[in-house]
Design a protein around this ligand. Structure first.
Ligand code: NAP
Ligand code: ZN
Ligand code: ZN
Length: 351
């Protein structure tokens, strides 16, 4: 297989900073699209992976799975895209396409494992996949998304992970008018969860550790804000929510959040801290509460979310940064100091 070298930003070890490096990309095969990456969002999963917090990182690691770019080349068999199109790539670049989940449009739950955009297994080159902190990426057309024309390209990038990861559970658990929905942790995922749940017609309650985010939460669409570190506020809101999307990146007491659910309510965990989250049996049993999980979303569902965002003019609130500032952005992410997603301007990757 023919390959070529592109510039990228990644890390060689868990304790190392990210730095510029070269990576190998394949030439387009029949169904491939070559994308010149314009913008890439910074997801907390990038940080978990770069620092091996999920204990499965292969190095060198090049993170990035909130990708927006422009098509520069297509294979002979590509029918869905042409050179010059603005396109996007999210957290997956392939799956088996044959299992029942793939056939049902649930590629994220592929029984044979989907191929992550980074730290997955690149079946063409037989090494780990490299993500969007790079000049270009080559992706099978079936895993490439269309970007709605009216949306700002940089602010669209975070929809590819933060957007779909909150959209999918909100849809799956049929959130809508007449329901009170909690969004816990107002970072990249959480702030998208607020915007999407609001647009779906739900009453939105932000659950945050940061009282300073109250005004922003209201601006993003929240009807109410609960400061989770204030026991009185937590008690006053016990048994009030139909559904919670837990978007918290660090260790936290899930039992406190479960106490906010009504009977039969569900807390869907999307945040993925490094260590287990203990659950007290009586957080669930007395009111038949559900503790669930969810990961990203299928390809068709991701396009549906993007089209919905186009229709409702929804994008992320972003801080655009140069790629040389990625390490500093990671430190700020750890402090909750981001409003509300860092996006890398890939034009800054030079040299
Ligand atoms: P982020 O931007 O860093 O936001 C995380 C938020 O969690 C913070 O802004 C903060 O919100 C809250 N938080 C942080 N430390 C906390 C603590 N000790 N106790 C309670 N709340 C705390 O991260 P993100 O990119 O949105 O990602 C969130 C998590 O989802 C990460 O673990 C990421 O890996 C995971 N993720 C999962 C999927 C999936 O498919 N399931 C997809 C993408 C990301 P407040 O200031 O409001 O408290
Ligand atoms: Zn992500
Ligand atoms: Zn499959």
């Amino acid at each position: 297989m023919n390959t070529y070298t592109v510039k990228a930003f990644g890390t060689d070890a868990p304790e190392s900073s990210l730095k510029q490096m070269s990576i190998e990309r394949r030439d387009v095969t029949e169904k491939d699209v070559e994308i010149n990456i314009l913008y890439c969002g910074i997801c907390h999963s990038d940080l978990h992976t770069a620092r091996n917090e999920w204990h499965g990182t292969t190095y060198p690691a090049v993170p990035g799975h909130e990708i927006v770019g422009r098509v520069t080349k297509v294979g002979n068999g590509v029918t869905k895209f042409k050179t010059g199109d603005y396109v996007a790539v999210g957290c997956m670049v392939d799956s088996c396409r044959e299992c029942s989940h793939c056939k049902a449009g649930l590629e994220q739950y592929c029984e044979n494992g989907n191929t992550g955009t980074y730290n997955g297994h690149d079946k063409y080159l037989n090494h780990q996949t490299f993500g969007g902190y790079s000049e270009r990426i080559i992706v099978d057309q079936d895993f490439v998304l269309r970007v709605p024309e009216n949306l700002d390209l940089a602010a669209t990038a975070p929809l590819l992970c933060a957007g779909i990861t909150t959209w999918s559970p909100l849809k799956h658990w049929k959130v809508g008018a007449g329901q009170k929905v909690g969004i816990a942790g107002i970072g990249g995922l959480g702030h998208m969860g607020v915007k999407l749940a609001k647009a779906m017609g739900a009453e939105v309650v932000v659950i945050t550790t940061s009282p300073s985010k109250t005004a922003d939460a209201q601006r993003l669409g929240a009807n109410e804000v609960i400061v989770s570190t204030d026991e009185e506020q937590m008690k006053a809101n016990a048994n009030t929510l139909h559904f919670i999307v837990d978007c918290i990146s660090a260790q936290h007491d899930v039992n406190a959040y479960l106490s906010l659910l009504k009977t039969d309510g569900t807390l869907a965990l999307v945040g993925a801290p490094e260590h287990p989250l203990p659950i007290a049996p009586f957080s669930l049993i007395p009111a038949r509460k559900n503790f669930a999980g969810s990961t990203i979303g299928g390809i068709a569902e991701t396009q549906e979310m993007l089209d919905f965002c186009g229709k409702h003019n929804i994008t992320a609130d972003i801080e655009l940064i140069a790629i040389q500032d990625v390490n500093q952005a990671y430190e700020r992410l750890l402090k909750g100091d981001v409003k509300y997603r860092f996006v890398i301007d890939m034009a800054t990757l030079k040299g």
